[in-house]
Design a protein around this ligand. Structure first.
Ligand SMILES: [Zn+2]
Length: 198
């Protein structure tokens, strides 16, 4: 196989950095960068006298992300940035799942979930999860009123009045359990009302 074929040149992913001139002197700490480090950025509260050395582009990126990553260990930040660099290469996906698990605990703002490679799947799962509780809440409200989920608005209102009468503490000698039941009925009715079922 001819590895120096122009076809390989055209399909090979060439990082932007490779085309830039390499500089003598301290190199940018951003993984895979290699430009001269012209700026420095504090490593964080616990390491006040320590600095990362970055090029202009990466000190800006670091400063932008600095607040987002507050509370995350600096190693995790660097690992995140490193993964962001290599993240678009197909081979990376294979090793990521373990890393993703590791990062979850250190991702209070859902940055990785939001912008990482699994973001699409995570968004889908979240959307599904958000739909289901609403559906369940509707079903539960109908159940509480003893109605089918396709009950008409007039039926919901009639059943509500009936249950309020039946479970009103005044009609049950101040029975505490009937009061609890009344609260459930009112909550269920208010839910269905707010969801425009009646
Ligand atoms: Zn850099």
């Amino acid at each position: 196989m001819k590895l120096d074929s122009p076809i390989f040149d055209s399909i090979r992913v060439k990082p932007e950095e490779e085309r830039r001139p390499r500089a003598a002197g301290p190199a940018c700490d951003h993984p895979g960068c290699g430009l001269m480090a012209t700026h420095r950025a504090p490593k964080g509260r616990a390491r006040e006298s320590e600095y990362w050395r970055f090029c202009l582009e990466h000190v800006r990126a670091y400063n932008q992300s600095y607040n987002y990553f507050a509370g995350m260990s600096q190693d995790a930040v660097m690992q995140y940035q490193k993964d962001a660099v290599v993240g678009h290469r197909p081979t990376w996906k294979m090793g990521f799942n373990g890393d993703a698990e590791r990062f979850d605990a250190a991702d209070p703002l859902d940055l990785i979930r939001e912008f990482g490679p699994t973001a699409t799947r995570a968004r889908h799962e979240r959307a599904t999860a958000e739909r289901r509780p609403v559906h369940n809440a509707e079903r539960k409200a109908f159940d509480t009123l003893g109605l089918d989920i396709d009950a008409a608005s007039a039926d919901i209102k009639a059943r509500f009045k009936e249950l309020v009468k039946r479970h009103h503490p005044d009609a049950n000698g101040g029975d505490r359990s009937s009061e609890d039941r009344l609260v459930e009925v009112i909550q269920a009715y208010n839910y269905l009302k707010s969801a425009k079922f009646c």
